[in-house]
Design a protein around this ligand. Structure first.
Ligand code: GDP
Ligand code: IMO
Ligand code: MG
Length: 422
């Protein structure tokens, strides 16, 4: 399989968890390189549903090494709870999971500040997951963050945490929020630190050893291209580089050792949280929600839904260098009579064939649509390309062509077996 970066080509929740699970069969190592427990990656396996937040989705396959890389921000209490939850479901986690010593730690003041800033923004709020992701990456950039290697050194950690709580309590007070108790935070984080210590290592060295062995490494992207801090619909984004470059900086594996980029996208578009979504459409949202689909895996919020946006996915193919595409949730469109695909944006007299950087401009863009006939047949039983109705095949071919990448995987259900290699 070689070294593969998997990214979301839309606004997150493209079905990355499912595709990671499928591709892990051919991988030796699976690495998360950015984001935190804002991610929610769903894998359905033998009637059991798993939602992964910080632990790489590769953990569900035996004999694979999973790594939480240096670019991730880690809430240690949440990670401990996630590992315990997975163990209760019978997932073996022992010497197959590693946590980077230089990953930054998310603290309760990050979560509290995240919530306070959102409240102050009012209608302009980002709609964050309130997991403290933005403030934690903020501290990292400001060089005021604590890392996993600090967390697991009790004496040093006590001192550093005391100073950080003191400073952040001042900020919280200015927001009119309740200050945090050092004692409570310290106790919870020390316990989590002891629990996680056996997993902690220098993951850069570990990954380079894997490279020397000739192992296949799969980089599990979180969020999606248009939530990227540089390339997304700023400020309605997350705080990390969700695009392919983030896999290098977030792991310590250099760009020239990467062999392939896989872009995952839904056969339609969804977004959770605020910010522009040019192809948003009530009809498709109502249909999907009525089917019980498109509710957030992390927060349970209903996702906003719209037609497939090929302007956005073409832009994503450009920024990420996407070679191969995995198109998911094809079965979600089984009942539609006509399908629209956005092939351009019109904003006043200007036509865009890329995603404009200014969200004010993007918000005013009107999609230009092409129409495709629906197949109106259930697809969830399809296992081979030829099992798909001809109209579905034509639709998928068009999405890949408009995006400008090779169609490699088509997904017709959440299960591992509901996967077609094209
Ligand atoms: P991720 O964050 O990109 O991993 O995606 P999420 O897990 O948040 O959301 C994707 C949802 O779609 C999950 O509920 C998956 O189980 C589900 N899913 C993935 N692929 C398919 C598919 O082809 N068909 C159906 N029906 N569901 C899918
Ligand atoms: P996965 O990996 C979808 C969104 C939030 C919000 C914005 C900022 O499951 O695809 P944050 O908490 O990161 O500061 O929120 O980003 N967001 C996601 N949307 N999928 C995700 O992850 C997301 N992670 C963050 O809804 O709009
Ligand atoms: Mg998700």
């Amino acid at each position: 399989m070689a070294n593969t970066i998997l990214v979301g080509a839309q606004w997150g929740d493209e079905g990355k968890g499912k595709i990671i699970d499928v591709l892990t069969e051919q991988a030796d190592v699976v690495v998360r390189t950015q984001g935190g427990n804002n991610a929610g990656h769903t894998v359905h396996l033998k009637g059991q549903k798993y939602v992964l937040h910080l632990v790489p989705s590769g953990i569900l396959r035996k004999g694979k090494v999973c790594v939480i890389g240096n670019g991730v921000v880690v809430d240690p209490v949440s990670l401990m709870t996630e590992i315990e939850g997975l163990r209760k479901l019978g997932v073996r986690i022992n010497k197959n999971l590693f946590l980077s010593e230089t990953a930054h730690v998310v603290f309760p003041y990050h979560r509290e500040l995240d919530a306070q800033r959102e409240t102050r923004k009012g209608r302009q709020k980002i709609g964050t997951t309130k997991r403290g992701i933005g403030p934690a990456y903020g501290d990292k950039a400001a060089r005021t963050g604590l890392r996993v290697l600090d967390l697991i050194r009790p004496e040093r950690f006590r001192e550093q945490l005391a100073a950080r709580i003191k400073e952040n309590n001042e900020v919280l007070k200015a927001f009119g929020a309740r200050p945090l108790s050092f004692k409570q935070v310290h106790e919870a984080y020390r316990q989590a630190g002891d629990y996680l210590a056996p997993f902690v290592t220098n993951t850069v060295v570990l990954l380079h050893e894997a490279l020397r062995r000739g192992d296949n490494i799969l980089f599990e992207g979180a969020q999606g291209t248009f939530l990227d801090i540089d390339h997304g619909t700023y400020p309605f984004v997350t705080s990390s580089n969700t695009t392919a470059g983030g896999a290098c900086t977030g792991s310590g594996i250099p760009p020239h050792r990467m062999d392939r980029v896989v872009g995952v996208m839904k056969a339609y578009t969804t977004r959770v949280g605020g910010g522009p979504l040019p192809t948003e459409n009530a009809e498709i949202a109502d249909m999907l929600h009525a089917m019980g689909r498109e509710f957030g895996a992390t927060t349970g919020r209903p996702r906003r839904c719209g037609w497939f946006d090929a302007v956005a996915t073409r832009h994503a193919a450009m920024v990420n260098g996407i070679d191969d595409l995995a198109i998911t949730n094809i079965d979600g469109l089984d009942t539609m009579e006509t399908l629209k695909v956005c092939i351009g944006y019109r904003c006043g007299r200007t036509r865009f064939d890329y995603v404009p950087s200014d969200v004010e401009v993007l918000s005013q863009c009107e999609p230009i649509y092409a129409e495709f006939p629906g197949w109106r047949t259930p697809t969830h039983h399809a296992r081979k390309w030829r099992d798909l109705p001809p109209k579905a095949r034509a639709y998928l071919k068009a999405l890949a062509e408009l995006t400008g990448a090779n169609l490699a995987i088509a997904s017709v259900g959440p299960g591992r077996e509901q996967t077609i290699f094209v």
